[in-house]
Write a protein that binds this ligand. Sequence first.
Ligand code: GAR
Length: 217
Amino acid sequence: MTKHSNKKSRFVILISGRGSNMQKIVETCKNENWSADISAVISNNPRASGLDWAKDNNINSISLDSSSYSDRDKFDSDLSSEIDKYSPDYILLAGFMRILGHSFVKKYYGKLINIHPSLLPAFPGLNTHSNAIASGVRIHGCTVHFVSPELDSGPIIAQGYTNVFTHDTVKTLAERVLMVEHKVLPSVAHWLTLGEVTLNNDNKAIILNDHNGLFYL
Ligand code: GAR
């Protein structure tokens, strides 16, 4: 439902590496003056360069080293405790390379949004760009979706696509997909701040106000 209150939306962003999608969200939020706060950036990888960028931009930056945990549930519960300190409306997985357990996902269902570098349901999991090239598809891209307990399969909110050219390498294709990711994820985050993305009774993601959920590079 479109939001009528003046309350700012609070986001926590989870990353594992360079955090370029996180940076785009932060910059677009500022440049477009969204009614939103990026409350914290949390990385499961203490060496993530995105954490330094977030710190330099005065965003609460938390590192929770998943490699020091032998118990997955314990990591999820510590992550959840960190997240809950900020009472976020939405948790954006922007290059978060860690599978979250079912109880974590159920706890935040409807608030947890992921970007995946393929046109789901094609190419879930890792190595999406090489799998796309190997399969011979002519189109590839990214998907922003609500997270459900099954890997890379929750309700799709928006997708962005680009050509796959014969001369593409994993590097060139990944670069173009990343450029379209930088359009799709900030747009979805903005719609979330406006209350214009919702889940219906059939568990489908609905975008209100005629926003176009399809992007092209
Ligand atoms: C992005 O391409 C994102 O789609 C992908 O990691 C990259 C992170 O880049 N996410 C996944 O593969 C999740 N399964 P970034 O750190 O520069 O935003």
